[in-house]
Design a protein around this ligand. Structure first.
Ligand SMILES: *[C@@H]1O[C@H](CO)[C@@H](O)[C@H](O)[C@H]1NC(C)=O
Length: 329
């Protein structure tokens, strides 16, 4: 399963279906995609009325299982609701197909959906979870680890063009191999960290898992944060330069190239979702210096694929290159 999941995470343009441990269907999509959430009626009676005697209802489930309407279809009557209006339709590849197509998927669309399809004596209910392809990354500021209360953490993710990760996102990242020994805030106000290689200083040797400190005081407790970014549509690149740069020169160099200095989320997304690999330490917008390695080799993260963190150097140091980001026009 973990293999299928990681495959799902690296194949960019395909929509992938996998079943989670709970046998809930998960569909992965990129921001901006058209995505199909599968749902079918299995008939025991013969299909005598075509599609017209059929009722289909798609709803979105919130965390407390309350449902909001997405689309209702009864015979020729079809209605979509809220910000799904004019963006969703039934695929109807055949009489039994009740799959929902969502066009131009945005960040608010991800979550759990329920399909109820009824025709005569036959009915079916299917739960589908829509997840954005993306990457979870741990983040701490120049001040060092354990400096964010919940609100600082939320803000820091936004500043890196990401958002604070949910537990589900951290859990999927853990299944995909994320191992990080500093505890970080999640969107539900809990503090957790993912361990794949159990070791004494990281919650003991008793098995891999997402270690959970539970809910913490959002104002007074200080931790790191886990951010989630759903890919991007622009271009991330290392700027070839004759000389090493200090931070201000790095910002300027990207501007001179018609771009902006890249943010931490851009580097993680390029590394994880596009296999970006570059063994040159470069400045990023938050004043950190990092480099992305997806082909481990000597002198460049020899043992694992990783975004290597060099540090938050003195901004006057003329020692590094720069990574730039250009929005797609
Ligand atoms: C999504 O579907 C819409 C309408 O069906 C179409 O105009 C658009 O090109 C599609 N977008 C992608 C990314 O396939």
């Amino acid at each position: 399963m973990i293999t299928i999941l990681s495959l799902a995470l690296i194949s960019l343009n395909l929509v992938n279906h996998v079943y989670s441990k709970k046998k809930r269907l998960i569909v992965f999509a990129n921001r901006g995609d058209n995505v199909t959430l599968p749902c079918r009626l299995y008939r025991t009676s013969s299909p005598s009325f075509g599609g017209t005697g059929r009722r289909v209802k798609w709803t979105k489930l919130s965390d407390d299982d309350t449902e909001t309407d997405v689309l209702v279809s009864m015979g020729f009557y079809k209605k979509s609701y809220g910000n799904y209006q004019n963006r969703v339709y039934l695929q109807e590849a055949d009489d039994n197909d009740a799959s929902l197509v969502i066009t131009n998927v945005n960040i608010d669309d991800y979550g759990r959906y329920r399909c109820v399809v009824i025709h005569g004596m036959d009915d079916n209910t299917v739960d589908v979870e829509l997840q954005l392809q993306g990457v979870v990354f741990p983040y701490f500021p120049r001040l060092g680890r354990y400096n964010f209360n919940f609100h600082d953490g939320e803000r820091a993710c936004l500043e890196q063009d990401a958002e604070i990760a949910s537990f589900e996102q951290l859990y999927e990242a853990w299944r995909d191999g994320l191992d990080w020994c500093n505890a970080g805030w999640l969107s539900d106000g809990t503090v957790q960290y993912p361990i794949n290689t159990p070791r004494e200083p990281c919650g003991g040797k008793t098995g891999a898992g997402v270690r959970n400190y539970g809910p913490r005081d959002k104002t007074t407790s200080l931790y790191d944060v886990f951010c989630f970014t759903p890919g991007f549509r622009g271009r991330f690149y290392y700027l070839i330069q004759p000389e090493r740069l200090n931070f201000d020169e790095a910002v300027q160099a990207c501007e001179d190239d018609g771009a902006e200095i890249a943010k931490v989320a851009h580097m993680y997304a390029a590394w994880k979702l596009q296999g970006y690999d570059r063994c040159d330490a470069g400045w990023l917008a938050d004043g950190s210096v990092r480099y992305p390695i997806s082909q481990p080799r000597r002198n460049c993260s020899p043992t694992e694929k990783a975004v290597r963190f060099v540090g938050f150097p003195n901004k006057k140091q003329k020692l590094y290159g720069v990574y730039c980001y250009k929005e797609q026009q």
